[in-house]
Design a protein around this ligand. Structure first.
Ligand code: GDP
Length: 427
């Protein structure tokens, strides 16, 4: 009864979508457990290239149950658009379940997200402005609306009216922004609900059955550990918990059931949005990584900041997640470099440290201490197994494994599903 959690070990965009798509072929249930449509996975498989934001990547396996778990912030309009796009390309969403506990992103959350970022000015977080943060804020503030609320139109209307009354005070008096209309919002959401209701259910019984029957459950992470609300580079973080623990909680499965925690790491580092990134390369090498890696966001199209692999940050991620194995993706992007560097420690105010500081200002001052390795200057994309990789590429992966104290179970050498090497280290 394997329960496998696939979690990003860095600042997101590690290539989780491909790994999840690969493992989903053998899974019975795939659960998206946290985040909203502010995250995006790119999946390239036999059916083509897909950008997923809310639908779990298990959707390409016709036998797989896909669950949007209680920990997700769900924008129903975005979900329906994504479902339509999948249907147009012949992908069925019949086996999609939305947990009745999943919180809804409401139109005023998008308005508030934009207003709050504008209000922060220079200190803006760089959110995707999809309303996810404000939706979680309402959830924590116990004034959110859940997918299950859509089942009772009268109650839904009352709850929207109550929420809107408070939001309008905030919009008008704090943000000096236009107010919203409760009836319009309720009408719109109840119209969307006509298509969503067949999918809304209690997700607990489905998961309980799957566990009891020894079926394989895959927990699909979004974002990355360094963006985690508790363990990331606060305040430049996302508003959900993107760690293994967060996924278990967001899905509604106790930790005892977990069998494999797989940490997905790019062979280098990238970051979208504001916040410290010690190994960022603001030079020709950084630009080459960006160009070779086509480092532009799935959700926003924003150009990603790129740099060398940061093993200090990655070790922090290994600690908070307890990874059994690593999936190292995009090794092929490093094919054309004379020399590669891996950050093994930081220098902070003249002192060498080997931990990931909690203070964003300290992290911004941290200077990377690198170990340099020779590049391999040959394509890794044709490798079918570990021994096909050039010696220098194997040494590079070995150094990452050693620095992190975790074996690499999967190595990505290209976008396609089959461009993945299994080393035998995956439990
Ligand atoms: P995610 O959110 O973690 O799934 O990451 P994204 O989808 O935003 O970005 C990952 C990108 O890298 C996607 O375009 C993937 O198809 C691609 N990708 C994943 N693994 C590899 C790999 O090993 N090599 C190459 N070249 N691309 C990869």
């Amino acid at each position: 009864m394997p329960v496998i959690a696939v979690v990003g070990g860095q600042w997101g965009d590690e290539g989780k979508g491909k790994i999840i798509d690969l493992l989903a072929g053998r899974a019975h249930v795939v659960v998206r457990a946290q985040g909203g449509d502010n995250a995006g996975h790119t999946v390239v498989n036999a059916r083509g290239k897909f950008a997923l934001h809310l639908v779990p990547a298990g959707v390409f396996n016709a036998d797989c149950d896909c669950v949007i778990g209680p920990g997700v912030a769900l924008n129903p309009e975005v979900l329906l658009r994504e479902m339509d796009a999948l249907h147009e390309r012949g992908v069925s969403t019949d086996k999609l379940t939305i947990s009745a506990r999943t919180h809804l992103v409401m139109p005023y959350h998008l308005t508030l997200d934009r207003a709050d970022e504008a209000w922060r000015g220079e200190g803006a977080i760089g959110t995707t402005k999809r309303g996810i943060g404000p939706a979680y804020l309402d959830k924590v503030g116990r004034s959110g609306l859940m997918a299950g609320d859509l089942r009772d139109p009268g109650r839904f209307r009352r709850k929207v009216a109550e929420a809107v009354e408070r939001k309008n005070v905030l919009l008008e008096r704090v943000y000096d922004a236009p107010t919203v209309d409760a009836n319009e919002i309720a009408d719109e959401y109840l119209r969307l609900a006509e298509r969503l209701l067949p999918h809304i259910a209690e997700s607990g019984p489905l998961l309980e059955r799957a566990l009891r029957d020894g079926r394989t459950i895959l927990l699909e992470g979004a974002h990355g550990t360094l963006l985690d609300l508790d363990h990331g580079t606060y305040p430049y973080v996302t508003t959900s918990s993107c760690t293994v623990g967060g996924l278990l909680n967001g899905a509604g499965i106790g930790p005892r059931h977990l069998t494999t925690a797989l940490g997905v790491f790019k062979a280098y580092t990238s970051r979208v949005g504001a916040g410290p990134m010690p190994t960022e390369l603001d030079d020709e090498i950084g630009q080459r990584i960006r160009d070779r890696g086509q480092e532009y966001g799935t959700t926003t199209g924003r150009s990603r900041r790129c740099g060398w692999f940061d093993a200090v940050a990655a070790r922090h991620s290994v600690l908070v997640n307890g990874f059994h194995a690593l999936a190292i993706t995009r090794l092929d992007i490093l094919d054309q470099f004379d020399e590669l560097k891996v950050c093994l420690a930081y220098e902070l105010d003249g002192r060498r440290i080997d931990y990931f500081p909690s203070d964003a200002d300290e992290l911004a001052r941290a200077q990377p201490v690198y170990e340099a390795l020779p590049g391999w200057f040959s394509p890794t994309g044709d490798a079918h197994d570990w021994n096909d990789l050039p010696g220098a590429a194997r040494d590079y992966v070995r150094l990452l494994e050693e620095a992190l104290g975790v074996p690499a179970g999967l190595i990505g050498v290209g976008q396609e599903r089959e461009k993945t090497l299994f080393t035998g280290a995956l439990p």
